[in-house]
Design a protein around this ligand. Structure first.
Ligand code: F6P
Length: 369
């Protein structure tokens, strides 16, 4: 199988996550050590679909020199996008309407024309679905699981999650003293579109008093009761962590922009809503901190760097061994490969019977249920 591979391409899609550059570096070096050439596709698949946007080349050669010294940097040297999914591409029609077009054949044609033998696709749920479609059309593909949200199935963790949790925890540590000094309710909104992993892990590590996650619809009265209970015990401040996708049992998610062809809905604003309700219900001063994209920035933790490098080199090893249509996964203590069809389109939420969730309940953290 190895002899068939001479050239591979790498792409990064969806929201960025700390560790992307470490994966790219590992792939390029591991491939070069096998005598393969590596090419980087700019901004998801835009480098192929819109070559005119990139005078310096939408797809370019990634040599060892191009990846020197990038392993500790956040972001992605390739750029990324979470708009313009090639499976559902919004094309303006002459009559002014927008049509949902599948442009994956153009990607396959490009690979054939340029004699690119395989793709390493680094991305989250959307990217896995695209990778699986390309694999089903005959492209040799290995995916690497990326997202700060940690919501991909069949892998213990994605890279980027540990960095996001570490930063959110540090922010919570800092907020305790100011919240206590002012006897306030501090509501901290974190990313995690449909899964509460960041909120749960950072909330426990950072000593939050209530954690609201999409998996557990919450009752604001229960959260207010928790705050008042703490007050009655002389603990006059409370920290509430809320995932952007959390929803009240009798209400709806906070959506900033609805989904459109080629991109998902944009969430945000639940923190403000909850702070207002809690202020009204408890009579206490409430403040909101939205961590948002800060969670996606910065240098990856050593855990994420190592995971990213293990994923990247395993992707190359997998291709060399003839793997295709698979995602590299972390199955402690090793990495393994799982079929793309078993992970694409399957979101991994926080299991309601997980010991981590139970730990939070055991130490008195309120989930609003
Ligand atoms: O990477 C996933 C994510 O972090 C979600 O938690 C969040 O909803 C989304 O990205 C926001 O992405 P953007 O604002 O970049 O479109």
């Amino acid at each position: 199988m190895t002899s068939h591979i001479r050239r591979i391409a790498i792409c990064t899609g969806g929201g960025d996550a700390p560790g992307l550059n470490a994966v790219i570096r590992a792939v390029v070096i591991a491939a070069a050590n096998r005598g393969w050439e590596c090419y980087g596709i700019r901004e998801g698949f835009n480098g192929i679909l819109f070559p005119e946007r990139y005078p310096e080349g939408g797809v370019y050669r990634l040599t060892r020199d191009k990846v020197r010294g990038i392993g500790h940097l956040g972001g992605t040297i390739l750029g990324t996008t979470n708009k313009g999914n090639p499976l559902h591409f919004p094309m303006k029609m002459p009559d002014g309407t927008t049509k949902d077009v599948d442009r994956t054949d153009e990607i396959l044609e490009y690979f054939a024309k340029k004699e690119l033998d395989a793709l390493v696709s680094i991305g989250g749920d959307g990217s896995l679905t695209i990778a699986n479609a390309l694999h089903l059309k005959g492209l040799r593909v290995v995916s690497v699981p990326k997202t700060i949200d940690n919501d991909l199935d069949k892998t213990f963790t994605t890279f980027g999650f540990d960095t996001a949790v570490g930063f959110a925890t540090e922010c919570l540590d800092r907020l305790h003293t100011t919240a206590e000094s002012h006897q306030r309710v501090m509501v901290v909104e974190v990313m995690g579109r449909y899964a509460g992993w960041i909120a749960l892990h950072a909330g426990i590590a950072g000593g939050a008093h209530a954690i609201l996650i999409p998996e557990i619809p919450f009752d604001p009265d229960k959260v207010a009761a928790k705050i008042l209970e703490r007050d009655s015990e002389g603990r006059m401040y409370s920290i509430i962590v809320v995932a952007e996708g959390a929803e009240p049992a009798h209400g709806h998610r906070a959506v900033l922009e609805p989904a459109e062809i080629g991109h998902a809905e944009r969430l945000g604003g639940i923190g403000e809503r909850i702070a207002k309700v809690l202020q009204d219900k408890t009579g206490k001063d409430a403040r909101v901190v939205v961590l948002g994209h800060l969670l996606r920035g910065g240098s990856p933790t050593s855990f994420d760097r190592l995971a990213a490098m293990r994923f990247g080199s395993a992707a190359v090893r997998g291709l060399a061994e003839g793997q295709t249509g698979v995602m590299v996964a972390l199955a402690f203590p090793n990495v393994n490969y799982v079929a793309l069809e078993d992970v694409a389109g399957r979101m991994k939420g926080v299991p309601l019977d997980s010991d981590t969730l139970q730990t939070a309940r055991d130490v008195g953290i309120c989930f609003g249920d």
